[in-house]
Design a protein around this ligand. Sequence first.
Ligand code: ZN
Length: 426
Amino acid sequence: MSKTVSLLGAAALLVAGLSFAAPAPPSLLLTGARVLDPAGERLLDGRDVLIENGRIAAVGAAGTLQGPAGAQRIDLSGLTLIPGLIEMHSHLLLHPYDETPWDDQVLKEPLELRTIRAVVAAKATLEAGFTTVRDLGTEGAGYADVSLRDTIASGMIPGPRVLTSTRALVATGSYGPSGFDPRWDIPKGAQVVDGPVEMRKAVREQIAAGADWIKVYADYRRRPGITTPTFTQEEMAAAVDEARSAGLPVAAHAYTPEGIRRAILAGVATIEHGTGVTDELLALMKQKGVALVPTLAASEAVSRYAGWKPGEPEPQRVREAREMFARALKSGVTIANGSDVGVFAHGKNARELELMVAYGMPPGQALRAATITAAAVLRRDKDLGRIAPGYLADLVAVKGDPLADVSVLEQPVAVVKDGRVALNRR
Ligand SMILES: [Zn+2]
């Protein structure tokens, strides 16, 4: 008991000690690019963007803006400038399962190794043009995401702005690693809680340790091959209510109709994966303002790891994800870009946008799902997701027209985060 208390106290001190912002970067003038308009719907030719104190100060016709003396200038003529991309579902503390199975990452890899890998993953993510990630669980790596977030924010290491959810919450018998002799008490990849009292306590612990979001698993494969709801309605409601008291939203992993239904009724902000969502539940999500994060790229990656090769007949998992996505698109529910990256390689996040387009979403809407729409779901639409004065200077320069072809997002030419140049291949 006292050990728990002192560890949490130390974590709180660490958070307090690192929560200062990095010193303001020098002014930056990006010249001559085609710029995505603030609505994210069309490209404006020949624009300059002036960045001061980490924010967009002005956007004007080429040659009309004058930076202060000593401002850094980068010529972006011939390129397209878009807002920094947002990944709504990452796991920076995981690496691809075809490198190391998930069970082995959770049970065998030292926390230090996992954290160092995450530092490398953070840099790859930023250089891929993803300037903000909502990281949905450390998968057994404790609160390492909080230190990752804070060291990035302090300027110590490069990486995206990280919104943390720390350990995530699961019910007894409802998460991995599993399949061991019941005599053994095997560590889990998330925090195990039962009943509304334990749920509230765990949410409080995670918030105190630095969570920005709370992640709950509304259902899971509790028996081989059979996914069923886990938390009761009462438990889900306790999680959402406790998080709400602290001003935090909740994300729910949910595949089954009943798991999705309980999560929506409890008041979560996002449904992750959502494969089994029905038309009725999509309508309910739309009515209650719950967003869907489809993680299509993870379904594809997991199928690949099971031996499927693109071009071969579609495996069930991919078909179900594609059909779910088509129904979601038709329903008009809010769809935000989130890939479950970590299941596959960090820095390959743009695959999700390519799949959203392949499954029927117009490229412009896919781009907005990773910018304006994602920012709104994160409740950050006043400072993220648009190129407009006052917004944080998170910007990506790409070749070509992402409103016509999102594959141009795979290879950014330049990346700016918080007004600081993170990548410049010019
Ligand atoms: Zn995930």
